[in-house]
Design a protein around this ligand. Sequence first.
Ligand code: FES
Ligand code: FES
Length: 153
Amino acid sequence: MSVSTILVVNGEEKRVIFRYADILLDVLRYQLGLTGAKPGCLNGDCGACTVNINGVSQKSCLTLAVEAIGKDILTIEGLNDPIQGAFVDQFAFQCGYCTPGFIMNCHSLLEHRKDPSNHEIKKWLESNICRCTGYLEIEEAVKSALHLSKKHK
Ligand code: FES
Ligand code: FES
């Protein structure tokens, strides 16, 4: 059985049709063409599929599309955050497959913690896995985005 409904994605209402068992990741990618969230492990370990729902980072491979009805879904395609430039400046990626998920999770960190310690940054990023770059560059990107946001206050 399928459901025809509206999802609010990146501030826009989108009509979608999916089965109750469909995961949000598949609906975003294959119905809406939003391919920034990536399929990695598909079991909650890697974070490549991370999006934000109502301001909280969530793994879209573990989220049923039906659970996202009536909520604000933000994907990398709709994000405008200094963390994106910081990833570029700090060379915080190589192949880039994990990058959208990391950036969405870093965005969530910066929204929830105005002055995270190095330990908090490390712990927060534990939900994402990168198979090719060093994690140091990613942590540096978070610190540099924090520095930028403090400068602009
Ligand atoms: S694909 Fe969702 S956590 Fe790996
Ligand atoms: S940059 Fe390649 S997996 Fe992270």
